[in-house]
Design a protein around this ligand. Structure first.
Ligand code: ADP
Ligand code: MG
Length: 625
C-alpha cells in the first residue's frame, strides 16, 4: 500500500537549483564526478560503519562497488552504489533541504564520538547532487540502508519546485540514481564519453567503478598509501599512466607534508626531457587532487613554470575549494603550496646529488636548463638551485663536472672569489688570455660553455659568501717579473700612442698586470657584463640603449716581446707599428668574443704578411685600419 507524498522544495532550494543548473559549474560533465563522489562517500561510510561494528558483518562481501549503466537510445543513465544508503528521513533531509550535506553531518557525528574517517570523505558543500539537474529532466533515487529492518524508498524530482517520495520495497541496500537525460544531454549516455569523464575525474576513487559491465578505474591512488606499502611495479605502472612515458622515470619523490596544508604528493622526473630545443614549452603534468578526486588538471600555479618537467599528482585533503570544486579558493594558499612543493623538491634533488653523483649527472644533462631557467626567472629559489649547478673547471677531468660547494672547498688561501670563464670548449678556455693569470696563480676557473650560464652565474651573485665573477672582470694582478719588460715611462708612452692610434675603438689603454703569454686583452668597462653577454643580448635583440656601442679598455702586457718590440717599432716604422696595433686589438676582441666579423682583419693580416716576406710597401696598400 505505497503512498506517494509530494513535497515542495524550500524556497531557497529552488534558487539554489537554478544557480547550480545555470551558473555554478563551467562544465556540465562534472555531474558525473559529483554523483560518483557521493557514491564513493557512501561506500566509505559503509566501510567505516562495518569496521567499527556499527553494521552487521556480511559474510563473503567483497566490499562496496559503484556501477554505471547507460543506454544511448533511451538516454537513461544509472549510478548504483552499495554504500550506506539512506532512510526516508535522510532522503528528505539530504536531498530536499537547503545545502544540507549529510556528509558534513556524518563527520560531525563522528567527531562527537571522537572517531574519524581519516579525511576520506569527499563531499562537503551539499550542492553536488543537484548538478544532476544540469543534464537530467528527471532524477529518481532508490535507496535503502543495510539495517536489518530497513525499508526501501524512492525519491523523485524533475528539478522544478518539488519532489515526491514513496516506499519502494524492491530497492536494494545502497543507492541507485536514475537520470533521464535532457534532449541536449544525451551525449552523457554514450559509453565512450562517460568512460573519458570517469577516467578524467574519478580514476583514482578507492572503490571499483564499473561502466556498462567494464571496470574503469584500474589504477590505484598509490600516492595516498604509505611508501613502504607500494611496490616498485606499482610506481612504474602509475608513472607510465600519469607521465605518458614509456621509459622508467629518473627520479621519484613520494612524500607527505602537514604544513601549510596536509598534502600527499607523488612526483616523477622523466629520464628524458620532453622539451625539444626550439619546439616551444611543454606543459606541466602535475595534477591537483582532493581526496583522490581530480580538482584541476595541470593547475597553473601549483608549481613554478620552470618545474614543468615534473609529472605526477599532488593530493591535498583540506583544500579550501570553491563550491563547484573546480578551483582552489585561496590564491595565497596556492602560493604557499607552490613554495612548499618547490622547496621539498629542491631538497630532494640535493639529497639525490649527494647519494649518487653519476645519476645526478644524467639528470643534469637532461634537465639542467630548467634549473637555470629557475635561477633566471625565480629569485626566490636561486640559492637552493645554485647548489645544484655543475660545471667543468680547470681542475676537473675533461667531461667531469663540479659543484660550487666543491669549488669553494678547494679554494686556496688568498682566493676570495669564484671565477668562471665562457668559452666554446675546454681547449678554447685553456688558451684564453683571460685564463693566464688564474693559471699562474693556480686559481680554479669554472669553464662555462653556454652563454646563458654567464647570466645564470651572474644572477647567483654569490655562493657561501664568495662572490661569483666572470674571469674577464676579475681584478687580479701577477707579481711583477720585470726582466726585459717596458719601464713605467715606456709603458705610459706606449699607452698614449696606442690610444692615439686606435682612437674611438678603445676607451682607455694601460699596462696590464694579469697577462702572462698574451700580448693584449680587452676589458669591459661595464662591470656587469662580459663581452659575450653583450653579444648574446644583442643577438636576442635586447640592445640596451647604446651601451653596446661603448668601447672596451685595452690592456697590454709590458713583458711580452711583441709589445716590447712595438714600443721601439713605433718610432722606426710607424706604418707597420700601426698595422700591428690594430691587429693586436682585433685579436684581443676575438679572444673576448667581441669580434663580429673576423674576415675584416684578413686584409690587414695580408699586409703584415707582405712585410714579413719582404714585399716592398707601395703607397696604395698602406693605409692602416
Ligand atoms: P555533499 O556531497 O557535498 O555532502 P551532495 O549534494 O553531493 O553534497 O549530497 C548531499 C548529501 O546527500 C550527501 O552528503 C549524502 O548525505 C547524501 N547522498 C547523496 N548521494 C548519496 C548516495 N549515493 N548514497 C548515500 N547518501 C548520498
Ligand atoms: Mg557530493
Amino acid at each position: 500500500m505505497s503512498q506517494v507524498e509530494k513535497h515542495t522544495f524550500q524556497a531557497e532550494i529552488q534558487q539554489l537549483l537554478s544557480i547550480v543548473i545555470h551558473s555554478l559549474y563551467t562544465n556540465r560533465e562534472v555531474f558525473v564526478r559529483e554523483l560518483i563522489s557521493n557514491a564513493a562517500d557512501a561506500c566509505e561510510k559503509w566501510r567505516f560503519l562495518q569496521a567499527s561494528g556499527q553494521l552487521p558483518a556480511v559474510e563473503g562481501a567483497s566490499g562496496p562497488t559503484i556501477t554505471l549503466t547507460s543506454d544511448e537510445t533511451t538516454g537513461v543513465l544509472t549510478i548504483t552504489d552499495t554504500g550506506v544508503g539512506m532512510t526516508r528521513d535522510e532522503l528528505v533531509e539530504n536531498l530536499g533541504t537547503i545545502a544540507h550535506s549529510g556528509t558534513k553531518a556524518f563527520l560531525k557525528a563522528l567527531a562527537e564520538k571522537q572517531q574519524s574517517a581519516d579525511g576520506k570523505l569527499i563531499g562537503q558543500f551539499g550542492v553536488g547532487f543537484y548538478s544532476a539537474f544540469m543534464v537530467a529532466k528527471k532524477v529518481t533515487v532508490h535507496s535503502r540502508t543495510h539495517a536489518a529492518d530497513s525499508e526501501g524508498w524512492k525519491w523523485e524530482s524533475d528539478g522544478g519546485d518539488g519532489y515526491s517520495i514513496e516506499s519502494a520495497s524492491d530497492a536494494a541496500p545502497g543507492t541507485r540514481i536514475t537520470l533521464e537525460l535532457k534532449e541536449d544531454a544525451k551525449e552523457f549516455a554514450k559509453n565512450e564519453r562517460l568512460e573519458t569523464i570517469i577516467k578524467q575525474y574519478s580514476n583514482f576513487v578507492t572503490f571499483p567503478i564499473e561502466l556498462n559491465a567494464k571496470k574503469i578505474n584500474t589504477i590505484q591512488a598509490i600516492w595516498a598509501r604509505s611508501k613502504n606499502e607500494v611496490k616498485e611495479e606499482e610506481y612504474l605502472e602509475f608513472y607510465k599512466y600519469v607521465g605518458h612515458d614509456f621509459e622508467a622515470p629518473r627520479y621519484r619523490l613520494h612524500f607527505t607534508a602537514d604544513a601549510p596544508l596536509s598534502i600527499q604528493a607523488l612526483l616523477f622526473v622523466p629520464t628524458r626531457s620532453f622539451e625539444l630545443p626550439g619546439m616551444g614549452r611543454t606543459e606541466s603534468e602535475v595534477h591537483l587532487y582532493c581526496r583522490k578526486v581530480l580538482i584541476e588538471s595541470k593547475p597553473k600555479h601549483l608549481l613554478p613554470e620552470w618545474l614543468r618537467f615534473l609529472r605526477g599528482v599532488v593530493d591535498c585533503e583540506d583544500l579550501p575549494l570553491n563550491v563547484s570544486r573546480e578551483r582552489m579558493q585561496d590564491s595565497e594558499l596556492m602560493r604557499k603550496l607552490n613554495r612548499a612543493l618547490t622547496n621539498r623538491f629542491l631538497k630532494f634533488l640535493a639529497e639525490e646529488a649527494e647519494k649518487s653523483a653519476d645519476t645526478f649527472a644524467e639528470f643534469y644533462a637532461q634537465h639542467a636548463r630548467y634549473l637555470k631557467e629557475g635561477i633566471l626567472a625565480d629569485s626566490e629559489h636561486t640559492a637552493a638551485i645554485a647548489k645544484l649547478l655543475r660545471y667543468e673547471s680547470s681542475t676537473t677531468e675533461k667531461g667531469k663536472k663540479t659543484s660550487l660547494a666543491e669549488y669553494v672547498k678547494r679554494m686556496p688561501e688568498g682566493q676570495t672569489e669564484i671565477y668562471f670563464l665562457l668559452a666554446p670548449d675546454r681547449a678554447a678556455a685553456e688558451a684564453s688570455p683571460y685564463f693566464e693569470v688564474f693559471q699562474a696563480k693556480r686559481y680554479e676557473v669554472l669553464f662555462v660553455e653556454d652563454p646563458v650560464d654567464e647570466f645564470v652565474l651572474d644572477r647567483v651573485r654569490e655562493f657561501e659568501g664568495k662572490s661569483l665573477k666572470g674571469a674577464e672582470r676579475a681584478d687580479l694582478k701577477l707579481e711583477k717579473q720585470n726582466e726585459g719588460a717596458l719601464s713605467e715611462d715606456e709603458s705610459k708612452a706606449l699607452a698614449t700612442w696606442l690610444k692615439e692610434t686606435l682612437g674611438e675603438e678603445v676607451e682607455e689603454v694601460r699596462a696590464s698586470e694579469r697577462l702572462v703569454d698574451s700580448p693584449v686583452v680587452v676589458v669591459e668597462r661595464d662591470s656587469f657584463m662580459t663581452g659575450s653577454m653583450r653579444r648574446t643580448l644583442k643577438l636576442m635583440g635586447q640592445d640596451r640603449g647604446n651601451s653596446f656601442e661603448e668601447s672596451p679598455d685595452l690592456e697590454f702586457n709590458p713583458r711580452h716581446p711583441v709589445v716590447v718590440r712595438l714600443q721601439q717599432l713605433r718610432s722606426s716604422d710607424a706604418e707597420t707599428a700601426g698595422l700591428v696595433a690594430h691587429q693586436l686589438l682585433d685579436q684581443a676582441r676575438l679572444a673576448a668574443g667581441l669580434l663580429e666579423d673576423p674576415r675584416a682583419m684578413l686584409k690587414r693580416l695580408n699586409q703584415l704578411l707582405s712585410r714579413v716576406v719582404g714585399i716592398p710597401v707601395t703607397p696604395a696598400t698602406t693605409p692602416a685600419p
